[in-house]
Design a protein around this ligand. Sequence first.
Ligand SMILES: [Zn+2]
Length: 474
Amino acid sequence: MHPLFPKPMPDETVFSLLCRFHLLSAQGSFKANTLKMMGMNASRPSNELPSFLPAFSKVSGISINQLIHKLTSVHYYEPFVSKTSFQALVSGLANGNTSSLQSKLGMVANRMMQGQSLRFCPQCATEDIEKYGITYWRITHQLVGATVCSEHHCQLDGVPRKSVKVMLPSQCSQVECNDVDCDLTQLIFDEFHDSGFSYCLNKLRSCYEQQLNLLGLLTASGRIRQKLLKSLLSDRLSQLTVTSKSYRLLSSECRHGRYPECLFYLEHCNHQPLKHLFLIFSLFGSWRAFKGSFKSSNKVCKPVEPSTNIENAIEWGTGFDLLNEGQSLRQAATAIGTTVSTLKIKAQQKGIPVDTRPSKVFEDTQRTIWRKLFIGTDCKKIALTMTLSVGAVEKVLSRYPELVRLRKKIRYFNKRQQHRQNLTNLLHKFKTRNEIKTALSGSYMWLYKHDKKWLYESLPEAIPRQQRYSRKEK
Ligand SMILES: [Zn+2]
């Protein structure tokens, strides 16, 4: 162990400690002396997954385990990669065998990595100088997706890393940021500090689906309303004031790529944790809310098969059973996630009698249907009371485009009425907007999307940010 090796500061990265050691020990050259001592030949010392930990452990006297678990960001990945991948990550760091770790974690393909720049909080740097006489790099500030200091609520500043050299944060002026930035970064920090909490990835997906269902983002057959979900995420992304490279990538994948579908369809792959974290942020709001929901969730949702496998995924047997039980073609088709006409053909091939209610309607019946449609009665209900097929009622409806628009409006007003009522009924029980959002997420989300002005006028006043955090700390 080297006599001049400094003690690690709270939340300090290995790279930061390496730089401070170099300055303290007054070695001649960073490349020729310090890095050589760590077994490195002039390559840039990695900030996130360093290959020099075995030698570093010997020189510093800090155990390899402590280095990995306390001075690197491994736990950022833990919840979202398989157990095998996580073990490979830890043992790779312990052996100094880190060259293929990023590709094993799938981070290269995701192109979201640390390492292009080092980030720090200007206010922390000023305080560190006053308190310790030095500045240093913090692990949490380097996490992919973190843009804000959770202590000072100001933007993190970035310094590009282009060459092999000693670098520590310098002092500069701070820039304010908004609530969304703060809440998102807080969620990332909470996840990082929540080590040892690992997920079965299957259960993670069913937890997402349960919340999607609650927010009205699943169809009746359990499929995700991808377009709506994408627009929700795009909205959230556009609210961020600090646009780092990671968020620009996420935004472009959301608009043109396969985010967030990839998390549901390619669940066996390791995805950059930020992809999960941003979805969690958009769906649950905070890490704590997500964890609560995760713990209470059970596997109620049917797994959604990739779209290329729809043909194999449909359980025709169940559909036939439903038909035999007397359910209508439409009900059976919806239940197994196929179209009425496909199920009809399959059923006829099997010789199963299908529901053949009259689909032709006479003039006077048409008028009765029109009147019921006009006041907004559900097509299914009309079909049931008049012993007609739903298709027949819909055919009448399709002849009057203005009726379709009117019914849309009626449905919208009914829904709005319902959601406003839900909120008004329970408003007195809660003190803050967040509590209401958690307790009534379905209605809250609907009103947020369609009736924002009314929602914000009805909710209690937003708590100023300064007070929000001071309450949490107590
Ligand atoms: Zn700070």
